[in-house]
Ligand binder design. Structure first.
Ligand SMILES: [Ca+2]
Length: 277
């Protein structure tokens, strides 16, 4: 009994005090499809053993034949006041001279219907959208990155960013519940070195939004638009999630790809999984 009490206390202490941070490094087969699903009826993007950061495994964006959205199979419980959650991933930009002159992009956000079809931009077409950044670029945009927004509330980077051919970048989106119906929304955009280390913050925006629509179970999503465009990207890597709340049904990565806020948080997750078995 003493052991159970100790574990319970530690579990409560850990889950109420530390973030859980998980990086899907896409180095092991099926890691992407174990955690993400799509309703796309064409050829979906697939995982590859190279092409990623430091030559590691990644998602080959060019393996798909059209705009597609991917939604997580796991979910975030409605977050309490004082709790935050975030999602980011790295991608490699490519100036595809042979591509068609139209917009393309990578997007990131939270939705409420993980089985939703995607619209022409890769966004969920049913359920509610969480706040999102909508990034698109192409030579018609002078090889710059811009942002807009749609969904429940507005937001975005609000500025244009030039990108380098074959350069690696990271986009990130975070929600932090500051009051019953108020959330701080933060967008960030970084350049990375070839090993995935952050180099320069190229874009940042944060602000408070009044919305009770986030007070529900949320599913992160990625939207990949128009891989045949003139300016697009080659690969996607290191999908990273963190939350001080509860994440349900995450297909845990291999230990080597699991990064945590600290040993004690890792221990808490291990114990929680053990308790669920
Ligand atoms: Ca990788």
């Amino acid at each position: 009994m003493k052991t159970v009490i100790t574990f319970s206390f530690l579990l409560f202490f850990c889950l109420s005090s530390f973030s859980e941070i998980f990086t899907l490094d896409l180095n092991s087969p099926n890691q992407f499809t174990d955690n993400f699903q799509t309703s796309y009826t064409g050829t979906p993007v697939s995982q590859q053993s190279d092409g990623g950061l430091g030559g590691s495994g990644s998602i080959d964006f060019t393996s798909g034949d059209g705009t597609q959205g991917w939604h997580t199979k796991f979910s975030f419980d409605p977050i309490d006041v004082g709790v935050s959650l975030s999602l980011s991933y790295a991608f490699q930009y490519h100036d595809n001279d042979a591509g068609i002159k139209s917009s393309s992009g990578v997007k990131i956000g939270f939705c409420t219907d993980p089985t939703s079809p995607s619209d022409q931009s890769g966004m969920p077409s049913s359920g509610l959208l969480g706040d999102l950044g909508m990034w698109s670029w192409g030579t018609h945009l002078s090889d710059t990155l811009s942002s807009g927004s749609s969904g429940m509330i507005s937001g975005g980077l609000g500025n244009a960013i030039s990108m380098t051919d074959y350069g690696w970048y990271e986009i990130g989106l975070a929600l932090s519940r500051t009051a019953d119906t108020t959330y701080d929304i933060t967008y960030s955009f970084w350049s990375l070195n070839d090993d995935g280390e952050k180099d320069t913050q190229l874009g940042f925006n944060t602000g408070a939004h009044d919305s009770s629509k986030f007070n529900t179970t949320l599913y992160p999503f990625l939207a990949l638009e128009n891989p045949g465009a003139e300016a697009t990207f080659n690969a996607l890597d290191n999908i990273t999630l963190s939350s001080t709340g509860t994440i349900n049904d995450l297909a845990i990565p291999e230990p080597s790809s699991l990064t945590l806020a600290g040993f004690i948080a890792a221990f808490a997750f291990f114990i929680r999984r053990r308790m669920m078995i």
